[in-house]
Design a protein around this ligand. Structure first.
Ligand SMILES: C/C=C/C(=O)SCCNC(=O)CCNC(=O)[C@H](O)C(C)(C)COP(=O)(O)OP(=O)(O)OC[C@H]1O[C@@H](n2cnc3c(N)ncnc32)[C@H](O)[C@@H]1OP(=O)(O)O
Ligand SMILES: NC(=O)C1=CN([C@@H]2O[C@H](COP(=O)(O)OP(=O)(O)OC[C@H]3O[C@@H](n4cnc5c(N)ncnc54)[C@H](OP(=O)(O)O)[C@@H]3O)[C@@H](O)[C@H]2O)C=CC1
Length: 447
């Protein structure tokens, strides 16, 4: 039995759930990995010069044992997230530390502590097997998976599953991720695949869409409301392309920051009107490595006032971190919110706290999304209210190049990866609905 037989079953319209359940599973499959004995390979290099093409490998790996509450999924397509870039450059930490720590928690979790890490935190595919205790899903179901892995044995996470003390991001802090032909997930990560999308389109939004939903829309994040001025950094990037859609769909006013005329045009085509090209306008928030320039914060704030008719920002959608955080706090209005989920340019932030406390602003930390938020975010994709922002699709072999593009910020929106899917465009079940949204679905393609 090989993965080819699985693909044949997926591509045959006659295949039933019983056929999938009867398919013998292969002993091994192909997966994108980093290797534990290579974690020092980039020692001494600057972040920019660490090259994912050197650290990401395409390996044949053994199929992991299936445990209670889990599912093995045949992965048709996945996507590149920035967390895979972090794993591939071993920053800010090697992810093998996460696997070791997980492995120490219980007998079954030991499976994750291996000398290789199969990465990837998105997938669209077909359920192959479910473990004991799984009733909601069966072999043959077409699914996407969100990346929240929790144990739920502590009451801390019972209101908001992100607060579980054993909260992990699948394919980053656990093994057996989605950049592979087969993945192992907890069955509670599974959600229905949106019928009007191809495999690679369905695999693109998951992680970033759910994160943007919690960070911007959910009451656990900024709780955005109609009319809010929302400053969105990287508005045509992974997170930002969904934040921009949420702002527009929710009646808010996105102020989109981008770094090229092409990216500005993408935001305009999504429906945004207030756009700042940070490159063209030459903001330099730091005079040198240690010193910020408040005059530049003010110049940025003036530009925002020009675009809003004199108003300041209700919500900043933050993720660049060190480079922008001082400016983000400054331009927020009295009582406004800065919500942050990352620090791409550096995690030791500096801002002038007088502008925070005197103007009663709040900083909210946000990370991925709880089970319910991930489900609600996927529902919006399935209903055609929010659309994938897939620009380019790579083969599994070329994942290193795909991650390199994201690391160097030469991509747009999201970058997809075909795993078992032999070509793009497969897996669409609802052609009528797709036709209604075709322009929006293709907005980011091949630009
Ligand atoms: C969905 C996608 C998301 C993304 O893309 S996010 C971006 C990518 N992700 C990242 O860059 C994050 C990577 N993660 C990290 O950098 C680290 O993950 C953290 C810095 C978040 C945490 O580091 P750690 O070393 O794991 O954490 P500690 O909690 O400091 O644990 C070390 C020891 O310190 C103890 N400790 C924790 N809090 C306290 C306290 N308040 N007082 C005293 N001790 C404390 C712990 O218990 C433990 O101890 P013991 O080593 O003995 O187990
Ligand atoms: N905590 C969580 O749950 C999550 C965290 N993340 C983290 O968020 C970050 C962004 O992820 P994602 O959106 O997918 O990545 P992308 O690279 O797709 O998009 C980020 C965009 O931010 C802008 N940007 C990058 N650096 C700077 C800078 N120094 N100053 C201003 N703008 C900058 C760029 O846009 P432009 O050049 O056009 O301005 C870039 O396109 C990563 O660090 C990632 O790990 C992501 C998802 C979930």
């Amino acid at each position: 039995m090989t993965v080819k037989d699985i693909l044949d079953a997926i591509q045959s319209p006659e295949s039933t759930s019983a056929d999938f359940a009867a398919l013998p599973l292969p002993e091994s499959y192909r997966a994108i990995t980093v290797h534990k004995d290579e974690t020092e390979m980039f020692a001494g290099l600057s972040t920019r010069d660490k090259d994912p093409r050197k650290s990401l490998h395409l390996d044949e790996v053994p199929l992991p044992e299936l445990g209670p509450g889990e599912a093995l999924v045949a992965v048709m397509a996945s996507s590149v997230n920035y967390n895979s870039v972090w794993t591939s450059i071993f920053e800010p930490l090697s992810t093998f530390g996460f696997l070791e720590r997980y492995g120490r928690t219980n007998e079954l979790a030991k499976r994750h502590d291996l000398p290789y890490h199969i990465i990837g935190s998105d997938l669209a595919g077909v359920v192959l097997r479910t473990g004991p205790g799984v009733n909601a899903w069966k072999p043959g179901d077409e699914v996407v998976a969100h990346c929240l892995s929790v144990e739920l044995e502590s009451s801390d996470g019972h209101n908001d599953t992100m607060l579980d003390p054993e909260q992990r991001i699948w394919g980053f802090e656990t093994n057996f991720g989605g950049l592979a032909e087969i993945a192992l997930v907890k069955s509670n990560q599974l959600m229905p695949k949106p019928d009007h999308l191809s495999w690679e389109e369905a695999a693109a939004p998951g992680l970033v869409n759910s994160t943007a939903y919690r960070q911007l829309v959910s009451r656990n994040g900024a709780g955005m409301k109609q009319g809010d001025n929302v400053l969105i950094w990287g508005a045509s990037g992974g997170l930002g392309s969904y934040a921009t859609q949420f702002a527009l769909a929710g009646g808010a006013n996105p102020i989109c920051v981008v770094s090229s005329p092409q990216k500005a045009e993408i935001c305009r085509s999504m429906g945004a009107e207030a756009i700042i090209d940070r490159n063209a306008e030459g903001y330099k928030f730091w005079k040198d490595e240690q010193t910020q320039d408040p005059k530049e914060w003010k110049r940025f704030g003036k530009r925002i006032r020009e675009l809003t008719g004199g108003e300041d920002i209700d919500i900043v959608f933050e993720h660049p971190g060190r480079e922008t955080f001082g400016a983000s706090v400054y331009v927020t209005r009295k009582g406004g919110t800065i919500t942050t989920c990352a620090s791409t340019s550096g995690y030791m932030h500096e801002y002038d706290n007088r502008y925070l406390w005197m103007s009663l602003k709040r900083i909210i930390g946000s990370h991925f999304a709880n089970y319910r938020e991930a489900w609600e975010a996927n529902r919006l994709i399935a209903k055609g209210k929010i659309h994938p922002t897939l620009s380019k699709v790579y083969s599994l072999e070329d994942t290193g190049q795909a991650a390199h593009d994201v690391h160097r910020n030469v991509h747009q929106g999201k970058v997809g990866v075909l795993c078992l899917a032999p070509e793009e465009g497969l897996g669409v079940r609802d052609h009528e609905m797709r036709a209604k949204h075709l322009d929006a679905i293709n907005r980011f393609r091949n630009i």
